[in-house]
Design a protein around this ligand. Structure first.
Ligand code: SAM
Length: 292
């Protein structure tokens, strides 16, 4: 029997504590979409500049560099576990930098995924490079792949075009890095912006879809999912981040905060405005979770 760490009042947001591969081995379920922000293995004592101060950019023990063999087998393990929990027409998004993304790409191919796009997230406000010996790091990659080469995936092409001023949306996304307003419940060292998650969720899922995040952190995926009327399961090892996730989910129980976040998304990254009315129409929904 799996114990949930936290469930939202209407069951649209569930957290489970532990190692994602171990937890996934304990139940069967088919998700519509997976977003994974796995360890990039880049915490080797580097420095950066934040708010005018020199800071160490190490993220935590879970992000320390490892051998390429260990990185490959880690990526193979968690991708295998996720694939077994994807519906046949489901897709997966995985973020990374050069440190981990080539290993992830190779494991995806090994497992039979079909790569659909490699999105470049070009940060519009990257931190400066204080060594002045390289170009400023301003991009991350997000691989989008479907479970099977044979089964068609869902892509909301028309919506993406509409959000892009009626032009086809490209695989280069100019979106800001994390904003202060997104850190009201504490800081996670690698928290993703809601805008990035809102875009990929809207592109690849329909309302009510089930979304899995095996490396949930502060659960940006879950907050974006719920703001957009989707359901979420997050897996995370650390209490500190589970508590932060819970606080973030409790925060959007307040309808004025929820609407404020939606308005920020609409303004800053062109999320779809009609979701605001969709959510207020469905605020009493109880989703139920079949396996918990
Ligand atoms: C890159 S962060 C994810 C940040 C998240 N996208 C956010 O917006 O807050 C990766 C997270 O995965 C967790 N983690 C690392 N290895 C894990 C594992 N094997 N199972 C579950 N969680 C793990 C870490 O504690 C960390 O919080």
């Amino acid at each position: 029997m799996i114990q949930s760490y936290y469930k939202s009042p209407n069951n649209d947001f569930t957290l489970i504590k532990g190692d994602c591969v171990e937890i996934l081995s304990k139940f069967k379920f088919g998700f519509d979409m997976v977003f994974a922000d796995p360890p990039y293995f880049l915490s080797s004592g580097g420095i950066s500049c934040q708010s005018g101060q020199v800071v160490c950019v190490d993220k935590g023990d879970w992000d320390k560099p490892t051998t390429s063999e260990d990185m490959d087998s880690f990526n193979l393990r968690w991708l295998t576990a996720c694939r077994e929990h994807m519906k046949d027409d489901a897709t997966i998004w995985i973020s990374g930098t050069h440190h981990n993304i080539f290993s992830v790409q190779q494991q995806l191919i090994k497992l039979g995924f079909k790569i659909l796009n490699v999105v470049t997230w070009a940060k519009t406000n990257p931190p400066p490079n204080i060594s002045c010996r390289y170009f400023t790091y301003s991009t991350e990659f997000i691989i989008w792949a479907r479970k099977s080469p044979k089964v068609a995936h869902y892509f909301n092409y028309e919506l993406m075009k509409k959000l892009n001023g009626d032009k086809q949306m490209t695989d280069v996304w100019q979106l800001p890095a994390i904003g202060k307003w997104e850190k009201s419940c504490g800081k996670h060292p690698t928290q993703k912006p809601l805008g990035v998650l809102a875009r990929l969720i809207q592109a690849s899922t329909k309302p009510n879809a089930w979304i899995l995040d095996p490396f949930s952190g502060s659960s940006t995926t879950g907050i974006a999912a719920n703001l957009l009327g989707r359901r979420f399961l997050g897996l995370e090892k650390e209490d500190e981040y589970l508590l932060m996730s819970q606080a973030r989910r409790e925060e959007i129980e307040d309808i004025s905060i929820r609407n404020n976040y939606l308005e920020r998304l609409v303004k800053s990254v062109n999320a779809l405005p009609s979701f605001v009315s969709y959510l207020s129409d469905n605020s009493e929904m109880d989703y139920g979770i079949p396996w918990l």
